[in-house]
Every structure is written in structure tokens, then in C-alpha cells.
Design a protein around this ligand. Structure first.
Ligand code: NAD
Length: 260
């Protein structure tokens, strides 16, 4: 379905981003992966995507918490693939603390990566997409882009910001063959959440699986984790013709989290 398309997924060395990169490649897109991690492992991931799906896969590293590096990253990705059709702004981090105890450097880091990088990446990708009259921008927000939880001020502020930025991007590109949508996942069992499960287990003196069930029962009525593959299928759908008139929306995939 995406044969010949060129897709760039930020933060795709693990978790949701990696599943998205693989799913785009499975559907025929050439792909740029990005993110931190062990160089040998990243190379294994990259070459496996190429051999498994018969597409071009390139790794372009960049610290996307830096504005200039983020804009340069898009240009490097365009150079690596010869263009950009799909941008998934996915890279993100988390930190939990009460507002008055929230470390300023953690606030700055979360806003820089989870919100500002979406702005800078979008700003750098749009001229390419406008020139060709086709583009898909998918911002990985969160249920926390729609509702709040205590202890997550920076993350909730950033993700609400991403939902707003998604709408502005949609309005500024409407009628130009470009769409911009947000995906708002509930709990997904990636490294980002595993750390929160471990912290809960430690706080309550329980084992990990008990803590995982507690985490789910507090927020996610389905009592089951959303999988990275399910989110990736949602992203592919947003790139399909069926979604050509979907823009500025939030695709919530959260097991019912935001329904109550
Ligand atoms: P993850 O920790 O598995 O992956 C994060 C990715 O971002 C990794 O590839 C990491 O190397 C990369 N990254 C981190 N800092 C970076 C930086 N400065 N520059 C470039 N890359 C950087 O986490 P995940 O759960 O897959 O999260 C992906 C996205 O999904 C995030 O935006 C997160 O907020 C969002 N999300 C996650 C959940 C969940 O439950 N896991 C729920 C809702 C939304």
C-alpha cells in the first residue's frame, strides 16, 4: 500500500516507533529510523528491516531535544531517502513528580523533545511535502493529550500541546494533499511504561505483574495493554486513501481510558 513512499519515524530504535517503522516497511515504504541505543543493535535492526521487507532502511541519528539538530535531522533524512512523504513524530520521554518538586531540567527536556521537536520536525518537513502536494504527518500524542493525571505536569502539558499543534498543522495544510493527525495511545508496555510499572511495584511492595494490573485498572477499562503493532496499524491507516479526509483529529487507541 505504501510502495515508493518515504517514511521517517523519530524515536524508532525501540517501542512504538520501531513497530511503526517495521509496519511501514512491511507495507512497502522506504524508511528512516532514528533514536538512541547501542550502535550494533541499531545496525542489526536497520539491516533486518531491509532484508525482511525488501525496502531501503537508513539510520539517521540525532538528539531531537535540540531545535537545530531536529531541523537538520529532517534534511539528513530527506537526503538519505531522496524525499519525505510520511513523518511520524514519535520520540518521547517521561518523568513523574509533583509540580513543586518537578526538576526544572526534566521539565525542559520533556517540553523540548515531546513538544518542540514535533514543531521543528513538522516545520522542516512541510516545505518538501507542500512542493510535492502529498504528505502525512502523524504525531504520537497520548491519552494524556486529552486528559490529565497527577505527577505528569510536563508530559501532560506537552501532549496537550501536540494535540493543539496537530490541529494547526491540519488547518495550514488543508486542501494541499497533506494531512496531520495525532494518535493518542493508552498504556502500551514499552520501556517508557515498564519503568513506571517497576516504580509502582516498589512503592506497593508487589511483584511486577501485580503492579502492571494495578496500572491498567486505574486508567484503562479494557484491562489490557495497547500493543505497538496495533498503533502501527492505525498509523498505516492514516496514510491510506480511506483517511485522506481525516485531518486535525485524534485517533484514540486507549482501551476506553478517555471514555470515562
Ligand atoms: P520508548 O522509550 O520505547 O521509545 C522512545 C524512543 O525515543 C526511543 O527510540 C529513544 O531512543 C528515542 N529517544 C529518546 N530521547 C530521544 C532524543 N532526545 N532524540 C531522539 N530520540 C530519542 O517509548 P515508547 O513508549 O515507544 O514511546 C514512544 C512515544 O509514544 C512517546 O512519544 C510516548 O510519549 C508515546 N506514548 C507512549 C505510551 C506508552 O504507554 N508507552 C502511551 C502514550 C503515548
Amino acid at each position: 500500500m505504501l510502495k515508493g513512499k518515504k517514511a521517517v519515524v523519530t524515536g524508532s530504535t525501540s517501542g512504538i516507533g520501531l513497530a511503526m517503522a517495521r509496519q511501514f516497511a512491511k507495507n512497502g515504504a522506504d524508511i528512516v529510523i532514528n533514536g538512541f541505543g547501542d550502535a550494533d543493535e541499531i545496525e542489526r535492526t536497520r539491516s533486518q528491516i531491509e532484508s525482511e521487507f525488501g525496502v531501503r532502511a537508513r539510520y539517521v541519528g540525532a538528539d531531537l531535544s535540540q531545535s537545530a539538530a531536529t531541523r537538520q535531522f529532517i534534511e539528513d533524512a530527506v537526503e538519505a531517502l531522496g524525499g519525505i512523504d510520511i513523518l511520524v513524530n514519535n520520540a518521547g520521554i517521561q518523568h513523574t513528580a509533583l509540580i513543586e518538586e518537578f526538576p526544572v531540567d526534566r521539565w525542559d527536556a520533556i517540553i523540548a523533545l515531546n513538544l518542540s521537536a514535533v514543531f521543528h520536525g513538522t516545520a522542516a518537513a512541510l516545505p518538501h511535502m507542500k512542493k510535492q502536494g502529498w504528505g502525512r504527518i502523524i504525531n504520537i500524542a497520548s491519552a494524556h493529550g486529552l486528559v490529565a493525571s497527577p505527577m505528569k505536569s510536563a508530559y501532560v502539558a506537552a501532549k496537550h500541546g501536540v494535540v493543539g499543534l496537530t490541529k494547526v498543522t491540519a488547518l495550514e495544510t488543508a486542501g494541499q494533499g497533506i494531512t496531520c493527525n495525532a494518535i493518542c495511545p493508552g498504556w502500551v508496555r514499552t520501556a517508557l511504561v515498564e519503568r513506571q510499572i517497576e516504580a509502582l511495584a516498589q512503592k506497593n511492595g508487589t511483584d511486577i505483574e501485580t503492579a502492571a494490573r494495578e496500572l491498567l485498572s486505574e486508567k484503562q477499562p479494557s484491562l489490557d495493554f495497547v500493543t505497538p503493532d496495533q498503533l502501527a496499524a492505525g498509523a498505516v491507516f492514516l496514510c491510506s486513501d480511506a483517511a485522506a479526509q481525516m485531518t486535525g483529529t485524534q485517533l484514540t487507541m486507549d482501551g476506553g481510558w478517555t471514555a470515562r
